[in-house]
Design a protein around this ligand. Structure first.
Ligand SMILES: [Ca+2]
Ligand SMILES: [Ca+2]
Ligand SMILES: [Ca+2]
Length: 403
């Protein structure tokens, strides 16, 4: 399946017209919190979302089981994967969380954090040596078999007076539907906003990696008194398909430096709605910003608390993504975000995860719909009917140089 997809894209890269490839529909598990589903308040939006997944050429499987814990949910995914095949899962609402812990070592403090890799690696061995309810070892086949993304809004309602978990999800479903129908579009440029500690070499490297996914231009802003809170907020009001933010952070705020001083100001989660970012996708090199167990978690606020947000990736712990090319590259080749995400994980998992990789990456989390494509690859409406028949018919909206 994946080979065919890449083959299709490879044809397209060198062919300005189109390709036609027959594909079998892959399963996507859409897991919805039992109470949230039973309440009926997201029924319309959820059904539209399931319809859109099907139109995209996947087979959505709705699951509303009241899972007792994370291991039950993981076992369910593992069973689906082994019995019927499974590309990935979308977790909607308040669903089980698994925590992983890493003891203090070197410059790293003791860390306990939600670990969604647990649900992506469904045949590895997760151990809890001291039986304290937090996994502390991961062995065997540690590579992920599937991708997972979360649509989680119940931790965000405190930032939005009068809004509910269901209401915020419904707004997201409506925005998601409009985006998929090309009724919501913005400039396809990118912004790499890199604060002082990663300016220079890393800023150049990472912004270049980002160019693979961005059809337009990537603007790199870095260093000193240029990268400060007020400037970041102002720039979010310019249309960018992708933003890569590199800034010291916690679950609820970003803290900007000027040289060695913490004098660049703070951007709080509570400000984002008023800032009104004109941005679809975020890569948050911003420690703990995706800790979805924290009230007002900012990676979620970008996606569900603004009028344009569609997806963010970030970490639930100290650390972030590195090797951004393994993520942005597949996006730029027309893969869905979930497949780009899984590709990045597989590249890290090669040879097993080193302590360095665990420190940096074990908190990596996808917030939003993993089935989305970048604007460049949204199929034409006529294509959707072919996708429903198991045929992929992709036309790139614009050609790129093939060399
Ligand atoms: Ca433990
Ligand atoms: Ca595995
Ligand atoms: Ca700065």
């Amino acid at each position: 399946m994946k080979v065919k997809w890449f083959a299709c894209v490879a044809i397209l890269v060198c062919n300005p017209f189109f390709a036609l490839v027959a594909l079998a529909a892959e399963n996507v598990e859409v897991v919805v919190n039992n109470s949230l589903y039973a309440g009926g308040q997201i029924t319309v939006g959820l059904n539209q979302y399931l319809q859109n997944i099907q139109s995209q050429g996947y087979n959505p499987i709705l699951t509303t089981t009241n899972f007792t814990d994370a291991s039950a949910l993981r076992a369910h995914l593992a069973n689906r994967h082994s019995s019927q095949g499974l590309a990935g899962a979308v977790f909607i609402g308040d669903l089980p969380v698994t925590n992983y812990e890493i003891a203090a070592h070197g410059s790293w403090s003791h860390d306990e954090f939600p670990c969604d890799l647990y649900f992506q690696d469904i045949n590895g061995t997760w151990g809890d040596s001291d039986s304290n309810g937090r996994y502390d070892s991961h062995t065997g086949n540690v590579a992920p078999e599937i991708w997972v993304g979360r649509l989680l809004t119940h931790k965000l309602t405190g930032l939005h007076t009068g809004r509910t978990e269901a209401g915020m999800l419904n707004a997201y479903f409506a925005r998601n539907n409009a985006y998929r129908a090309s009724q919501l579009s913005i400039s396809n440029n990118g912004l790499a906003y890199v604060d002082d500690d990663w300016s220079g070499y890393y800023a150049s490297l990472w912004s270049n990696d980002m160019r693979a996914a961005v059809g337009g231009a990537v603007t790199l802003i870095q260093n000193g008194a240029i990268t400060v809170a007020t400037d970041y907020k102002n720039r979010l009001q310019t249309e960018y398909e992708h933003v890569l933010l590199c800034a010291h952070s916690n679950p609820s705020s970003h803290h900007f430096k000027i040289g060695p001083d913490w004098s660049g100001g703070i951007v709080y989660n509570s400000e984002l709605e008023a800032v009104d970012p004109q941005v679809f996708f975020y890569n948050l090199f911003a420690c703990s910003n995706a800790d979805y167990t924290a009230d007002g978690y900012m990676a979620g606020e970008y996606v569900f608390g603004t009028d344009m947000g569609l997806l963010s990736v970030g970490s639930s712990k100290t650390g972030s993504m590195l090797n951004f090319n393994d993520y942005f590259g597949p996006l730029g080749a027309g893969n869905i975000f979930g497949e780009a995400w899984k590709n990045w994980w597989l590249a890290r998992a090669g040879g097993g995860f080193s302590d360095y990789e665990k420190d940096w990456h074990y908190g990596m989390t996808m917030i939003g719909d993993p089935l989305l494509l970048t604007q460049e690859f949204i199929p034409e409406p006529t294509t959707l009917s072919l996708l429903m028949l198991g045929l992929v018919f992709i036309r790139r909206r614009k050609s790129r140089v093939c060399n």
